[in-house]
Design a protein around this ligand. Sequence first.
Ligand SMILES: CC(C)(COP(=O)(O)OP(=O)(O)OC[C@H]1O[C@@H](n2cnc3c(N)ncnc32)[C@H](O)[C@@H]1OP(=O)(O)O)[C@@H](O)C(=O)NCCC(=O)NCCS
Length: 150
Amino acid sequence: MGTPTEIIFRKMTPADIDAVNELDEKCFGDDAWSVGFLTSEFRNPNTKYLVGEINGEIIACSGIEIFSDEAEMTTFAVDPDFQGQGLGKRLLEETICLAKKFGATSMIFEVRCSNVPALHIYQKFGFRKVGRIKNYYIDSEDALTMSGEI
Ligand SMILES: CC(C)(COP(=O)(O)OP(=O)(O)OC[C@H]1O[C@@H](n2cnc3c(N)ncnc32)[C@H](O)[C@@H]1OP(=O)(O)O)[C@@H](O)C(=O)NCCC(=O)NCCS
């Protein structure tokens, strides 16, 4: 297992799509994006995707879509084998940097009501609940909409 200091963050490339799909399935189960959806997301000119690599293995991924001065975070995940080592916080810092680089001054995203680890990290970075969407997920769980200045 790697340590947090070994992680390298870089832009996602088309060659990463299969590995990101595997990571997505490990992290999100039934909510995982298909290869086709990932490919179309990657081709969207307004989206930017990041991967985190340890020893050449993709163990983290995040994405944003830029809407003028607001970025919507579309995905955010760390491989379960590498969670709890501070990499989620590193990934969120990198994602915020990326959003700022493309002119965003705020970020918005959805999260499952029950996702305690994700809610913990988002609140730690100053994101706050601004809404709730009923039956948002495939299993009918509600989503919380989180937002904050970056
Ligand atoms: C959310 C996620 C990215 C966090 O990644 P991580 O690498 O474990 O996060 P970190 O190690 O940086 O921990 C961040 C904070 O969350 C806390 N945390 C981690 N796991 C936790 C848990 N199970 N319960 C409560 N807090 C938890 C850590 O203690 C840390 O807080 P601290 O700085 O106050 O100690 C990871 O759990 C994940 O990929 N989950 C599956 C995909 C997902 O749900 N993504 C979010 C979609 S909205």
